[in-house]
Ligand binder design. Structure first.
Ligand SMILES: *[C@@H]1O[C@H](CO)[C@@H](O)[C@H](O)[C@H]1NC(C)=O
Ligand SMILES: *[C@@H]1O[C@H](CO)[C@@H](O)[C@H](O)[C@H]1NC(C)=O
Ligand SMILES: *[C@@H]1O[C@H](CO)[C@@H](O)[C@H](O)[C@H]1NC(C)=O
Ligand SMILES: *[C@@H]1O[C@H](CO)[C@@H](O)[C@H](O)[C@H]1NC(C)=O
Ligand SMILES: *[C@@H]1O[C@H](CO)[C@@H](O)[C@H](O)[C@H]1NC(C)=O
Ligand SMILES: *[C@@H]1O[C@H](CO)[C@@H](O)[C@H](O)[C@H]1NC(C)=O
Ligand SMILES: *[C@@H]1O[C@H](CO)[C@@H](O)[C@H](O)[C@H]1NC(C)=O
Length: 807
């Protein structure tokens, strides 16, 4: 018995010691101790983990990554260029503050750069994702935030001394960097061997129109915890889901695009909330010389006709001519590439000239490889180098590239690359991919480079174990296998994939069977009738048969290519479309709780009454969705028909805007003076519609103001009128005047607000939120559109009074 309890006590003690040791190993690294492959450090709140990250089964880097993303996302690496053999490598914290990474054989691979040599106490991973080495007094001797790799975390500064460099999944550095330029402007650089050029912000516009401030020597840029970035040069951008409590990162991806990501709590997937280039092909240098970037729909490289791929494993090396062009009176011809442009390298510029003039300029200049010509305008740009080629998906451009080729070079029409927003399978030109070479920007392992990178790592192994030759060949074999596993994965393109992945074209037959011959009608609107359907993969969808589509097939597809790229939690997800003969049909996500008007204006079913927090949530969500449409998308999208009928409510009453992106298709543009054809209830229409003024995003701001009033009042504005004959417009004007007077003169006494708010709420509402909604409604409903706020500004104001998001 005694022996038993003694051993029990011993066991307890041992467990306790082990627990303590565990804590020490997981919380921080004490000076004098080391971290091996099995150990990791966690940040106190568990967001980040620091340890050895396996880039392949046997090779690792000392890195920091997000603990909860579904795929390990590395935010910092000590030794991206020199991965170590995983087994037996160690990171040690020395008493002088140096952290040293040693490989299997004890060789130092990386060491941090401590500025002072005072005594170090411990290394610790903070909740911000910053790995710091603390000295005795608690001062910071070194921090990983000072040497970023390709990612900037909230609160981490980018300064003149630091830069982000793009890298692929193997952490191989790429050709793009994000840093301050010589005017102290934060810019994206394309770095070639002996030349580097800026491609963002747009180098062809002046500093002033970039809204930047040059020569501020503070050189500092920070992403704050709400998702707003501000640089000392006034570089600013804001996440689409602006607000606190969201895990974010700003990463310069391998494709040269700078993207801001948010982590989804539920699925651990990243979604893009801002990007420098919504259209990836506009990143310069992606396809090298003589290469053209096309959308397939995923951006990919092709060669200009008459040119061949230089290096299939690296498309940025571009294409080489398969002909010789001499200046000795050789017969040449011009091949027309519609909606294609090459950037820069203009030999000269001629304005308002006929195309024949431009041809002659190019013919008479030996250096000329071709010219870009703007139809209609008559601008002519002969080019000495064909670089930065891209096809423009926007159908309004009239730019055409004329390539100068020897007469004998055969160019078949099918060898000319076209952007196919719907992919070669669904696009109209099904077999063109056979005739020219297209490769996605795969994140492939370039074997030449990787060998040098891995040589070090296999090199020392061989010294220990076997003859060098044998291991190098084994290394080759392993490398090839690892390369194959990685092929086809392009993490950098995640943002684009997210948007384009599920978008496809459906046949009419498919939709007939999905909707069981259009049996289950969900609703009718001015733009068409909506039916419920179930796709073959069991997805429940809403199928909308559009009426009055007055555009041809190509325009329709173009508009849809815009819609397909739009993705936001507060917008109804469009899964695809059908354009079969006379049928124009949209297939979108099915949203459970129907439209807002049914619940908000329902007098009888009081059990479905929308509570205050739900109403406020709807206001915030709709504002975020509209802000995204107006500012974040690749092309500006104006909804033009905002009203409760077009706000659908999801499972948890979260709002989703429907029917966006149809404005151009449904003949509602500003030039249309026939007011009766303008859709929507009169009450929601901004004055611009009636006065035939140009239509801007501010018409949606106006309609949103009306929706805000309706959310507050729980009734349609059309019912605001006191007498039968009072016009909606006049009633609205009266209510606004009344409210703005009260807001100005109430001196903080808010009792009058209660009188305005839906009586069904029985006074259960949040005063400051209601006041803010009222103020916003009034400013959104300004007659002068210039005085209405932008949706982005509306979101910021609403979020500022959102108590769900105050920390
Ligand atoms: C990793 O290395 C071990 C021994 O060094 C070897 O047996 C194993 O096959 C390697 N695994 C891979 C996937 O390279
Ligand atoms: C270490 O820091 C010093 C000064 O802070 C700098 O001059 C030196 O280049 C740095 N060394 C490395 C390897 O970063
Ligand atoms: C860059 O260097 C290569 C040779 O290394 C040379 O051919 C090329 O002209 C150089 N480019 C510029 C812009 O200096
Ligand atoms: C700074 O940027 C903001 C937003 O882009 C702009 O409104 C403001 O005018 C800019 N300031 C300067 C000095 O360019
Ligand atoms: C320079 O940038 C800093 C930090 O953003 C700012 O506080 C300061 O006002 C700026 N100076 C000028 C002259 O714009
Ligand atoms: C171009 O000229 C070079 C040298 O004059 C020659 O080797 C090559 O075969 C020629 N290429 C073509 C396609 O005629
Ligand atoms: C496309 O080309 C392939 C082979 O070149 C052929 O088998 C296929 O039938 C073609 N598809 C169409 C739709 O023409």
């Amino acid at each position: 018995m005694v022996a038993n309890s003694a051993s029990l006590a011993l066991l307890l003690l041992l467990t306790l010691i082990r627990l303590l040791l565990c804590f020490a190993a997981h919380g921080f690294l004490l000076s004098g101790s080391s971290l091996s492959v099995e150990d990791v450090l966690h940040s106190p709140d568990g967001t980040f983990t620091c340890g050895f990250y396996r880039i392949s089964p046997n090779a690792s880097t000392f890195s920091i990554w997000f603990s909860s993303s579904s795929e390990k996302t590395v935010v910092w690496s000590a030794n991206p260029l020199h991965p170590v053999y995983t087994w037996g490598s160690k990171v040690e914290l020395k008493s002088d503050g140096r952290m040293v990474l040693r490989d299997y054989a004890g060789q130092v691979v990386w060491s941090n750069n401590v500025s002072s040599s005072s005594d170090a106490q411990q290394a610790q991973l903070l909740d911000t994702g910053n790995l710091i080495v603390r000295g005795k007094g608690g001062n910071i001797l070194w921090q990983s935030f000072d040497s970023p790799t390709d990612t900037l975390l909230p609160t981490q500064s980018i300064t003149a001394a630091t830069k982000l460099v793009s890298s692929n999944r193997l952490l191989d550095p790429g050709r793009y960097s994000f840093r301050f330029d010589d005017q102290y402007l934060l810019s994206l650089f394309h770095d070639e061997k002996n030349i580097s050029f800026i491609y963002w912000p747009n180098p062809s516009i002046t500093i002033w129109s970039k809204l930047r401030t040059p020569f501020n020597s503070t050189t500092d840029g920070v992403l704050d915890s709400w998702g707003h970035f501000l640089g000392s040069d006034n570089a600013t951008f804001t996440a689409a889901d602006w607000g606190p409590g969201i895990v974010r990162r700003l990463t310069l991806d391998y494709d040269g695009n700078l993207r801001l990501y948010s982590l989804g709590n539920a699925d651990g997937e990243w979604s893009v909330t801002w990007m420098a280039f919504p259209q990836l092909c506009k990143v310069r240098g992606l396809c090298g010389q003589n290469g053209i970037c096309v959308y397939t729909p995923v951006p990919a490289c092709s060669c200009a006709p008459g040119y061949e791929v230089t290096d299939p494993s690296d498309r940025s090396k571009g294409c080489s001519p398969s002909f010789n062009l001499s200046c000795d009176g050789q017969k040449v011809k011009f091949v027309e590439l519609r909606r294609t442009d090459f950037v820069g390298y203009d030999l000269s510029v001629h304005r308002s000239v006929p195309v024949e003039f431009c041809e002659n300029v190019c013919l008479n200049d030996c250096r000329c490889k071709g010219f870009a010509y703007l139809d209609g305008v008559g601008d002519c740009y002969p080019k000495s180098v064909l670089h930065g080629g891209l096809t423009i998906s926007d159908s309004t451009t009239t730019i055409t590239m004329y390539l100068k080729l020897p007469d004998e070079v055969e160019v078949s029409m099918s060898s000319i690359a076209h952007s196919q927003p719907f992919g070669p399978k669904n696009g109209p030109r099904c077999n063109t991919t056979d005739s020219f070479f297209i490769a996605d920007f795969l994140d492939t392992l370039n074997s030449g480079q990787s060998v040098s990178k891995f040589l070090y790592f296999y090199g020392f192994l061989s010294a220990i174990f076997l003859a060098e030759l044998m291991f190098v060949s084994l290394g080759w074999f392993l490398l090839r296998r690892e390369a194959q596993q990685l092929r086809g994965v392009w993490p950098a393109e995640a943002g684009y994939e997210l948007i384009a992945k599920h978008f496809r074209r459906y046949t009419y037959k498919e939709l007939v069977s999905a909707t069981r011959k259009f049996k289950d009608e969900l609703g009718r609107g001015a733009s068409g009738i909506v039916y419920k359907g179930v796709l073959k993969d069991n997805r429940v969808v809403a199928v909308k048969k559009l009426v009055c589509v007055n555009e041809g097939e190509e325009e329709f597809q173009h508009e849809l290519s815009v819609i397909s790229r739009i993705y936001h939690t507060n917008l109804v997800r469009v899964w695809g479309f059908c354009s079969d003969g006379p049928h124009r049909i949209l297939v979108s996500e099915f949203v459970e709780n129907g439209s807002l008007d049914r619940i908000l204006f329902d007098d009888e079913g009081s059990q479905d009454l929308l509570g205050w927090s739900q109403r406020f949530g709807i206001a915030v969500g709709v504002a975020k969705g509209l802000a995204y449409l107006h500012h974040e998308c690749s092309e500006w999208v104006i909804h033009c028909d905002m009203k409760p009928e077009n706000i659908l409510l999801g499972e948890n009453m979260e709002p989703k805007i429907a029917d966006f992106g149809l404005a151009k298709l449904l003949n509602r543009d500003g030039s249309n003076k026939d007011v009766s054809r303008i859709r929507g209830t009169r009450g929601y229409l901004a004055p611009e519609w009636l006065y035939s003024l140009p239509i801007t995003a501010k018409v949606d701001v106006y309609s949103f103001g009306v929706v805000l009033l309706e959310l507050l009042k729980g009734a349609r504005v059309s019912e605001l009128g006191q007498e039968e004959e009072e016009d909606v417009k006049m009633a609205l004007g009266r209510v606004i005047r009344l409210c703005s007077e009260q807001l100005r003169s109430d001196g903080g006494n808010q009792s009058w607000i209660a009188d305005f708010i839906d009586t069904r709420l029985n006074g259960h509402f949040n005063n400051s939120q209601a006041r803010m909604m009222m103020e916003l409604a009034i400013s959104c409903l300004e007659e002068d559109r210039a005085r209405r706020p932008t949706m982005e500004c509306v979101v910021q104001k609403l979020v500022s009074v959102d108590d769900a998001s105050t920390i």
